[in-house]
Design a protein around this ligand. Structure first.
Ligand code: F6R
Length: 588
């Protein structure tokens, strides 16, 4: 959600913090701020994107913290932007303090006044109250009364050159480089500045100075486990594309190639054994990753004839799931930091299940928690809307389903996956034609996506992508379900996208198409069956290459991602940074 950076070293902190925040902006972008400490704490904040904070690079001091915000408590105003300063302390916080009301009341009863509506400011007040001359000890005391989730970085005017940190259910990483020591909520902020990183775990604290990093858990000191920060983890800009979204859709064929590397490792073989031995397979995920999980369920059941259950991660814990040591839980997450997916994986582990993380960020909290991690290797995804990571998630999950099928004597499905990268290349090319559909959607009040079988999953994902980046209300529906209520919403000119890749279900999908046409809908078809391209009454049609029906969501999603992109442009929206959203959803 929000992004945190910090630096203690020999250089001026503010320009380094500004550069780090720019790299983290995808985590949240409604306001930002930087605090540095020279003789005293100095703060600059802004609303809107990090670029509005340019003037903060003039702040003095070689030690500082910065934050880019995604509002939870309080509107995106400069007052609510972090760092929050009270007395001698400046604080940046990611996460949610659940007992903030009670704590705030207590502070107000002591006559303290607050300058923001955030839950985070209370931390600065508590620090001021509990400080006895040792910054880290004060932070530990404060943490002991906080409920909820936090990644915290704190400056104290009485202790120049030091930053104290705490982590509980919100990611925080230390970094060291030639210029000094760093911290960030997310590894990309450290790329280029650090040679090594060390992720903190829940319950851990740290103190960084120009020359030292100390870590502790409670009273026990622990030595940091430094890992090399690979080069090339940064992204290379937009590479000539107008937006990251477009660039990342074009990168799908390459992402699919890389995702296949996952199948060759020892981890993959162990995971296959686990799945073959499991009495039940459950998938947990949110948003687009949830849709990838729905498509995977279809593959596990169709190819391997193994039942698989999918649950939205935010609901999983509250369903009191029936799990045992014979259960395998696959947690799917691009970022590996989604709070709900992490909580679901944690519960699964507590109940004895084997947890398999399918992630794009291999050094994420989810992989640290899981028994096994399968990286999807999509490469860094900057656009908030998931595109190439969705297709790479599908590729890894399909490979798993195919290998479980093979273990049961149902052979050949794995080989068919090797065609996906080249078919995806053709699909990106063919899919560009949806640019011509955009004006019909741009002027509409709502849109609908329908499909059957695996195409129903594509309909859900197409709809999510469209609403997310173009703000056009839309729904995805199994085509057969439309007449049970949603058909009432179709009126003259309503755009309906039908996805049709299954020969077996083609006539049934077309029935739904005719039903919507009869009510005045403009129908746009995405199909791998050329015979339907000539169907009368279509307003638009894109023919994508055919592939095994079970795998078709990996291709059919591409024109729908492109459609969302073009409609966003036609409606004047920034597809890379949809309003109200953030790339990494680290709060429940
Ligand atoms: C939609 C989108 C979100 C994410 C969801 C889960 O384009 O990106 O729906 O899929 O927030 O995020 P991860 O995969 O990081 O757990």
């Amino acid at each position: 959600m929000c992004g945190i950076v910090g630096y203690a070293g020999k250089r001026r902190a503010a320009p380094l913090l500004y550069a780090g925040l720019k790299r983290l902006e995808y985590r949240g972008y409604d306001s930002a701020g930087i605090a540095t400490l020279a003789e005293k704490i100095e703060v600059k904040k802004c609303t809107g994107p990090v670029a509005n904070l340019r003037a903060a690079v003039d702040l003095k001091g070689t030690c500082g913290i910065g934050h880019t915000r995604w509002a939870t408590h309080g509107a995106p105003t400069a007052a609510n932007a972090h760092p929050h300063v009270y007395g001698r302390f400046a604080v940046v916080h990611n996460g949610i303090i659940e007992n903030d009301r009670a704590l705030r009341k207590m502070c107000e009863a002591r006559g303290e006044s607050f300058s923001s509506e955030t839950d985070s400011e209370v931390i600065a007040h508590l620090l001021e109250r509990l400080y006895r001359g040792d910054l880290l000890e004060a932070l530990k005391r404060v943490a002991s009364v906080l409920e909820g989730s936090y990644a915290l970085a704190v400056l104290c005017a009485d202790e120049p050159g030091k930053i104290a940190l705490a982590r509980e259910k919100s990611p925080l990483v230390l970094g060291r480089g030639k210029l000094g020591n760093f911290l960030a909520s997310d590894v990309p902020a450290l790329v280029g500045a650090c040679l090594e990183i060390c992720p903190l775990r829940d319950g851990e604290f740290a103190l960084i100075t120009e020359s030292e990093v100390t870590m502790s858990e409670g009273e026990r000191f622990i030595s940091p486990d430094w890992l090399p920060l690979e080069r090339g983890r940064g992204e290379s800009g937009k590479a000539g594309h107008a937006h990251y979204m477009e660039k990342e859709i074009c990168e799908i064929p390459a992402a699919l190639c890389r995702s296949r590397e996952t199948a060759s490792g020892a981890v993959f073989s162990r995971v296959r054994e686990e799945l073959c031995a499991a009495k039940n397979i459950r998938l947990v995920a949110c948003g687009t990753a949830y849709h990838a999980s729905l498509a995977a369920k279809y593959a596990f059941e169709k190819l391997a004839r193994v039942p698989a259950e999918v649950t939205v991660a935010s609901e999983f814990r509250y369903q009191d799931p029936i799990l045992s040591e014979n259960s395998a839980v696959i947690a799917v997450s691009q970022s590996g930091e989604t709070a709900d997916t992490l909580a679901a994986a944690k519960l699964a582990k507590e109940r004895g299940a084997k947890v398999i993380a399918v992630v794009n960020e291999a050094r994420s909290s989810l992989s640290a928690l899981a028994d096994e991690t399968l990286p999807i290797n999509a490469g860094r995804e900057v656009c908030v809307a998931a595109t190439k990571s969705y297709v790479a998630q599908l590729s890894v999950l399909y490979t798993l389903a195919a290998s479980v099928a093979e273990a049961q004597g149902r052979r050949g499905y794995g080989d068919l996956l090797s065609e996906l990268p080249s078919l995806a290349r053709e699909t990106v090319k063919a899919g560009r034609a949806v640019g011509g559909w955009a004006p019909h959607f741009a002027a509409a009040r709502s849109a609908y996506f329908i499909g059957r079988g695996a195409d129903a999953v594509t309909a859900l994902e197409g709809s999510l992508k469209l609403k997310e980046v173009s703000y056009l209300p839309s729904e995805g529906y199994p085509a057969g379900e439309l007449k049970h209520g949603t058909l009432a919403l179709i009126e003259e000119g309503t755009p309906v996208v039908a996805v049709l890749t299954s020969q077996e279900l083609a006539e049934k999908t077309m029935n739904a198409v005719h039903e919507t046409r009869a009510r005045g809908a403009k129908v746009f078809l995405v199909t791998s069956i050329p015979a339907y391209a000539g169907e009368k009454g279509l307003t638009g049609c894109v023919v994508i290459p055919p592939c095994t029906e079970v795998y078709s969501p990996a291709l059919a999603a591409i024109p729908l991602q492109l459609l969302a992109y073009y409609v966003a442009l036609a409606r004047g929206c920034d597809p890379d940074k949809p309003r109200n959203l953030a790339k990494s959803v680290t709060v429940e």
